[in-house]
Design a protein around this ligand. Structure first.
Ligand code: 13P
Length: 249
């Protein structure tokens, strides 16, 4: 089985002003000095993508958006097209984050359309899935997560670079994490669906874990079967914490 380099992606969410570029510069400087085993990406707010590209373009740190609209252009006030993210210097884009699924009613079908748009623009999508606490307590985790994977990945991604991020909604920003057994169980189930959908290609797609990843728990999580990286929120905002996670990969 082909095992790609793990991907450690920082999701800054709606955090970051120009001054935050220094944190990204510190990450870039550290990984250029000591190249890590993992791919590293920072996904800042859209307002910072082009400035981040100027600040750290050409270093080992890749840049991603946090969402895009499915359409290429048009009368969609306030929205950002995948082509605009690429034009600003992004090479990746997070899609279907639970904060968007919950806050904006994003469905699997919409996330799949956005993933198609990302592909159209040459961006590598990171497609997020994850159950709520109520769904976990009802014993529906695997059903919910595998359903989201099936519904959110368009066929056009066959053979293309993309990753899936498993982010249990109840573990995001809470300091809570599933047990290692629970993480592995979901990742193995996602892998099975990816292989069903994409055959050989599905075996190598990185499945990231996200939800309260920090330097102290990254190493044990990243060692688990079918965990191919991490999507990091709060701990990606400070270079020292983010580097601690990168070093664990
Ligand atoms: P935290 O790492 O802050 O829990 O956020 C996870 C997340 O939502 C990354 O997309």
């Amino acid at each position: 089985m082909t095992a790609p380099r793990p991907l450690i992606a920082g999701n800054w969410k709606m955090n970051g002003l120009a001054a935050s570029l220094d944190e990204a510069r510190a990450v870039a400087a550290a990984i250029d000095e000591r190249p890590p085993g993992a791919r590293v990406a920072i996904c800042p707010p859209a307002t910072l993508i082009s400035r981040l590209a100027e600040a750290i373009g050409g270093t080992g740190v890749e840049i991603g958006g946090q969402d895009c609209r499915a359409e290429q252009a048009g009368a969609f006030t306030g929205d950002v097209a995948a082509e605009m993210l690429a034009d600003a210097g992004a090479t990746l884009v997070i899609l279907g984050h639970s904060e968007r699924r919950a806050g904006y009613g994003e469905t699997d079908a919409l996330v799949a359309a956005k993933a198609g748009a990302a592909h159209r623009a040459g961006l590598e999508p990171i497609v997020c899935v994850g159950e709520t606490l109520a769904e976990r307590e009802a014993g529906r985790t695997l059903e919910i997560v595998t359903g989201q994977v099936r519904g959110s990945l368009p066929e056009i991604l066959a053979g293309k670079a993309f990753s899936v991020a498993y982010e249990p909604v109840w573990a995001i920003g809470t300091g809570l994490t599933p047990t290692l057994e629970q993480i592995e169980e979901v990742h193995v189930a996602i892998r099975a669906v990816l292989v069903e959908m994409f055959a050989e290609h599905g075996k190598g797609v990185a499945i990231l874990y996200g939800g309260s990843v920090k330097p102290s728990n990254a190493s044990e999580i990243l060692k688990l079967k079918d965990v191919g990286g991490a999507l990091v929120g709060g701990a990606s905002l400070k270079a020292a914490d983010f580097l601690g996670i990168i070093e664990a990969a």
